[in-house]
Ligand binder design. Structure first.
Ligand SMILES: [Zn+2]
Length: 123
């Protein structure tokens, strides 16, 4: 089994609800996002063309880039935390990869160089 990782970036603003602290105030991050997929190689010896994976990640991140996350319908229902951002990205990448022979293993959302959140559906 192989794992492939691609990295993307987006800038966005948010404010956390139901939270007491400085993150309840409007602020922004330059997020770094890692997507890890796993699978077996095909006849050509590759799991998935990196170009496809990077394009899918770009497609998903373009829905967040330079946005106020709280105004996006998903984040009206779900607090725009890095945790929920990881789920948002994971589920959309998973849908885009439905016809490819890979599984999304993990999405890692870095909200600064010091801290990140990982989301996985597999234990
Ligand atoms: Zn924040």
């Amino acid at each position: 089994m192989f794992e492939l990782t691609v990295i993307g970036y987006f800038s966005g603003a948010h404010r956390l609800r139901k939270y007491k602290g400085k993150c309840e105030k409007l602020h922004g991050h330059n997020w770094k996002v890692e997507v890890v997929v796993s699978g077996e190689v095909d006849k050509s010896g590759i799991v998935l063309d990196f170009t496809i994976l990077k394009q899918y990640l770009e497609n998903v991140l373009s829905t967040l880039d330079h946005k106020y996350l709280n105004s996006i319908p998903y984040f009206k229902k779900n607090n725009p935390s890095s945790e929920n951002t990881a789920i948002y990205i994971f589920s959309r990448i998973k849908k885009l990869l439905i016809n490819h022979n890979v599984q999304v293993k993990k999405v890692v959302v870095w909200e600064s160089e010091q801290q990140c959140v990982s989301y996985t559906e597999h234990c």
